[in-house]
Ligand binder design. Structure first.
Ligand code: C2E
Ligand code: MG
Ligand code: MG
Length: 648
């Protein structure tokens, strides 16, 4: 063990003091003796041979002695404090090295370990005494092989420095990655006299980087690789692909009506449905078929090395079949159909973005063809996609330039034949393309957020129409206005209805809001609050397209509703299909048991009207009675029909 430098300093100082005092006593004694025998030249000096020194000199000598002594003492003190400071600095350096988080090894020129720090012991599991005298190569030889490590050290000996990542073995045999730097310390002649290696265990950082990489490239809900991973995958393929030799197909899969599930049953159910569909699609994949989630309800499959489109069609069939059976989500049996667009490399695109864009256009074509089908890309589909984009920008202009108009379709009472209300239906008078039906632009408005100003415009225009009719003494009954889910969920929706009523001054009972099932089934409590406020104002409330969404009976009971509008799809076959007839009968009974009035929409013929009359569902709306028409035309049609209305 080394001597404590502070203690050593003190001892040395004491010794020096003792010696000086001793010498000084001797000099003092001699001087005293001289002063006693100043005349005699033969005084026996006890200690120092000072000779015949005059007394005046003896005083000077005394002063000189004192000064010298002080100088010697101070010199000693200085030297000792320097030593102490150097000792302290050495201690500090050692402590810094031992507190460093990086492991350090000091070797001699032959790469034999001279010392290691605490971090080395912690990282490798070796105690210092176990490694001193060995070479780092002997310790590390486990994972990467002896030669690998030897080469590194030889490189340092030659070039003075090396840095890089190596895998090493701990004392317990565990393998770990370390980031290492080795430097040579050269003597004055330029030869490597020592080597210093420091390294850090980067297993945690590496694991974290891998985790980040995984998160960045995977979707958390389904654990599928995401869009970024798709781009990377396609990039890799195209770097090595040779047109004419490799063909590949890119499928974009979109779930039909997923939004309805999400809106009606909530995001939790939507997420579970997505995860289940992802699981089923994933079951059809292998090394040459990779599944990705693009986001939302969109998936992508990349099918490599195909020889003909038949292989793609076989896969498409399997995907459609695998997702066919109903998924049990929170007790709901949800059936999910797919719309799939396919693009093929190299004919439909030479790079990833083009293939994705074209498969997307094909997917939209599949949707337009009635959903639940697949389409291979064809050039004219791009024109349709461009049209959709164009439509959105045109719709903004339409709103600003008042190109939207309302048509009104009367609802009549079958018993009296009287018009008891009208439904406001928006149309777009396009300057070039003429009248455009809402089905062609409402979905675009919903996607782009335009539905909010559009819906507000419809509400105000419809109520102004009621005001005009009332002022003209015309009674068209209630004015039904369609409200989109997005509009209904706006925090200030109730307020905006109130403002419109105040501005137009019409009685609230004249206004009926048609809300879809999905608007109210998602976020039930806040929907109830909104409905209750509207109800308190006197506004009437109807559920539109009833039966097409996922309504919960328990919730329906809690909503302060006035009416259910039976969706027109249920009426289509009632006159000859007993199942369709019994379905409508059940809906009517259900509505009645909930204490609600019923309206049947889409009545197209006498038989349907008759059927509804026997069910005592008197309020009807449909082409059999009236087509939607402009405000002026609808008034001109007259407000009473002779009933029974015979088939044309
Ligand atoms: P909806 O609210 O269910 O409106 C009834 C639709 O059925 C109207 O189509 C109407 O013209 C049509 N219809 C009426 N009788 C018959 C019939 O006997 N047979 C058939 N096949 N159809 C009939 P339209 O006007 O094309 O509207 C379609 C949908 O567009 C509406 O369905 C509604 O969901 C939406 N919509 C229309 N106007 C607005 C609006 O101002 N705001 C919102 N948010 N949506 C609107
Ligand atoms: Mg409606
Ligand atoms: Mg409807």
């Amino acid at each position: 063990m080394a001597l404590n430098p502070v203690l050593a300093g003190r001892k040395l100082r004491l010794l020096a003091f003792g010696l000086i005092i001793l010498i000084w006593c001797a000099i003092g004694f001699d001087l005293w003796a001289i002063s006693q025998d100043s005349d005699s030249a033969s005084v026996d000096y006890l200690f120092l041979p000072l000779g015949n020194v005059a007394p005046s000199w003896s005083v000077q000598l005394l002063i000189l002695g004192v000064v010298m002594t002080i100088l010697v003492i101070e010199g000693c003190r200085f030297l000792l404090s320097m030593r102490e400071r150097a000792g302290n600095l050495l201690k500090l350096h050692r402590s810094v090295i031992d507190h460093a988080s990086e492991a350090m090894i000091l070797t001699d020129a032959a790469q034999r370990i001279l010392s290691v720090n605490v971090a080395f012991e912690q990282i490798t599991g070796y105690a210092a005494h176990e490694v001193i005298g060995q070479t780092p190569t002997q310790l590390s030889a486990g994972h990467s092989g002896l030669n690998f490590h030897r080469n590194i050290w030889d490189f340092v000996a030659e070039n003075g420095f090396w840095e890089g990542e190596v895998w090493d073995r701990r004392k317990d045999g565990g393998i770990y990655p370390k980031l290492m730097r080795i430097s040579a310390i050269r003597d004055e002649a330029g030869h490597a006299s020592h080597f210093v290696a420091n390294f850090a265990d980067v297993s945690d950082a590496k694991a974290q980087a891998e985790r980040f990489d995984y998160l960045a490239h995977h979707d958390q809900l389904t654990n599928l690789p995401n869009r970024l991973a798709l781009d990377a995958h396609l990039g890799n393929i195209f770097d090595s692909a040779m047109p004419g030799i490799n063909r590949l197909a890119l499928l974009i899969i979109d779930l039909d009506n997923f939004k309805t599930v999400n809106d009606s049953l909530g995001h939790h159910a939507g997420d579970r449905l997505l995860a289940e569909i992802a699981r089923r699609l994933g079951g059809e994949m292998d090394r040459a078929k990779r599944l990705f989630r693009l986001g939302g309800d969109e998936f992508v499959v990349v099918l490599e090395q195909i020889e003909s489109n038949d292989e793609v069609i076989t896969l498409l069939d399997r995907l459609i079949r695998s997702t066919g059976p109903a998924c049990d989500i929170d007790g709901h049996q949800l059936r999910c159909t797919l719309s799939i667009g396919v693009s093929v490399y190299p004919e439909d695109g030479q790079d990833g973005p083009t293939l994705i864009r074209n498969a997307d256009a094909a997917m939209y074509a599949a949707k337009a063809a009635g959903r639940n089908n697949f389409q291979f890309f064809a050039e004219q589909m791009n024109a349709a996609a461009n049209k959709r984009l164009h439509l959105e920008s045109e719709l903004w202009r339409a709103l600003a330039e008042n190109q939207l108009v309302l048509h009104y379709q009367p609802q009549i009472d079958l018993l009296s034949g009287k018009v008891v209300g009208v439904e406001a239906l928006v149309r777009w008078c396009h300057p070039q393309r003429g009248m455009i039906a809402p089905g062609d632009f409402i979905p675009v408005a919903e996607e782009s957020g335009l539905i909010l100003p559009l819906g507000q415009w419809v509400l105000l225009a419809a109520c102004r129409q009621v005001r005009d009719w009332l002022d003209a003494g015309i009674d068209m009954g209630e004015m039904a206005v369609n409200i989109s889910a997005h509009q209904f969920r706006q925090p200030d929706f109730v307020q905006s209805v109130q403002q419109v009523l105040a501005e137009t001054g019409i009685p609230a009972e004249r206004l009926e809001l048609e809300i879809t099932e999905s608007s109210v089934m998602h976020g039930v409590d806040s929907a109830i609050q909104t409905l209750a406020k509207l109800k308190a104002m006197g506004v009437r409330l109807a559920i539109d397209d009833f039966g097409t969404g996922y309504s919960s009976l328990a919730y329906l009971r809690r909503f302060p509703l006035d009416r259910l509008k039976i969706d027109r799809s249920f009426l289509a076959d009632v006159e000859y299909d007993p199942d369709a007839a019994s379905l409508v009968t059940s809906i009517v009974m259900l509505g009645r048991s909930l204490g609600l009035q019923l309206v049947a929409e889409g009545v197209e013929n006498f038989a349907q009207a008759e059927f509804l009359r026997t069910l005592e569902c008197e309020r009807v709306q449909g082409f059999h009675f009236y087509q939607p028409a402009s405000a002026a035309d609808v008034v001109g049609l007259g407000r009473t029909l002779e009933y029974p209305v015979q088939p044309a």
